[in-house]
Design a protein around this ligand. Structure first.
Ligand SMILES: C[S@@+](CC[C@H](N)C(=O)[O-])C[C@H]1O[C@@H](n2cnc3c(N)ncnc32)[C@H](O)[C@@H]1O
Length: 277
């Protein structure tokens, strides 16, 4: 079929993908980047459309429970968040946040760890006032588990528009300073200076589109500290050897950098606290 240099073929491909209900709300920058890759490898437009959708599914939509993630659900969740906030019941608020986080497959895996995850990883760090959450999923709802949440300005980004709209209103309701944004961190990583960047289970995802993404992102992000994590299991279940492979991969990614690294193993996640010098 036409090569990527044929803008007409590329437009057709992008229009076709964005015309489908499942992919219409994904960042157009990501759709375009994946389409450019796939159009060069496939023989027909049909094949390129299928391959582009498959890749977008793998890197993003596989994590969303689409039926549960409809805009109607976001409206219901926001209503319930307002109710618990008005009632002032902190414990009920945390339970509700957990229920909502259960609708993103990656954020959901962390639910059993929440009571220990951030308190353990942040225990020896100086006070954190700003957090940049890259490819955040629904992780903004985990902020009540951060020590000293009240001091934090939160900035999150991901590529699925309805979730980002939801997060902006949710942050407001929870009384948390900050915002969320639709942003493709492969092509335009955020550049603001922060105390802490969260790069949670994101690198393997980005590397499916760009093999250099992890090494580049870790060096680009302007944070005093980073928490970089990897899944201990695949989306489908346990997977022997993943921890060893990801640990080795992480050390390759940071090769040549004189950063302080501490490793933490949780039941479902391997995490590194990185102090950039
Ligand atoms: C494995 S999940 C991690 C979610 C979250 N960090 C967590 O651990 O709870 C990967 C997330 O990356 C997002 N994503 C994929 N490609 C992206 C890109 N180029 N820019 C920003 N986010 C991206 C997906 O939409 C998905 O929510």
């Amino acid at each position: 079929m036409s090569r990527p240099s044929d803008p007409h073929a590329l437009d057709l491909l992008i229009n076709e993908v964005q015309g489908s209900a499942k992919y219409k709300d994904i960042s157009p920058d990501v759709v375009r980047a994946v389409a450019i890759q796939e159009i060069g490898k496939r023989r027909t437009l049909k094949e390129a459309v299928k391959a582009t959708k498959n890749k977008l599914h793998q890197v993003s939509m596989a994590y969303f429970n689409l039926r549960a993630d409809s805009r109607d659900n976001y409206v219901v969740w926001l209503q319930r968040l307002r109710e618990v906030r008005q009632a002032g019941d902190v414990e009920a608020g945390k339970q509700l946040n957990k229920q909502i986080m259960g609708h993103h497959a990656s954020t959901r895996e962390r639910l059993p760890l929440l009571d220990q995850f951030y308190s353990t990883l942040l225990a020896d760090l100086p006070p954190i006032n700003s957090v940049l959450d890259l490819a955040c999923g629904l992780n903004a709802l985990a902020l009540p588990w951060f020590p000293a949440m009240g001091q934090i300005t939160y900035y999150g980004c991901d590529i699925y528009r309805p979730m980002i709209d939801f997060l902006n209103t949710a942050l407001e309701i929870m009384g948390i300073e900050g915002c969320a944004e639709v942003r493709d961190i492969l092509q335009s990583p955020p550049m603001q200076e922060v105390d802490l960047a969260l790069i949670l289970k994101t690198i393997p995802c980005l590397e499916q589109i760009d093999r250099q993404a992890g090494t580049r992102l870790l060096r680009t992000i302007n944070a005093r500290y980073m928490i970089v994590s990897f899944p201990a299991q695949s989306l489908g279940g346990r997977n022997k050897g993943m921890l060893t492979n990801y640990e080795a991969h992480f050390h390759q990614l940071i090769e040549g950098e004189n950063w302080d690294i501490r490793k933490f193993e949780f039941a479902t996640e391997l995490a590194f606290v990185v102090k950039k010098r």
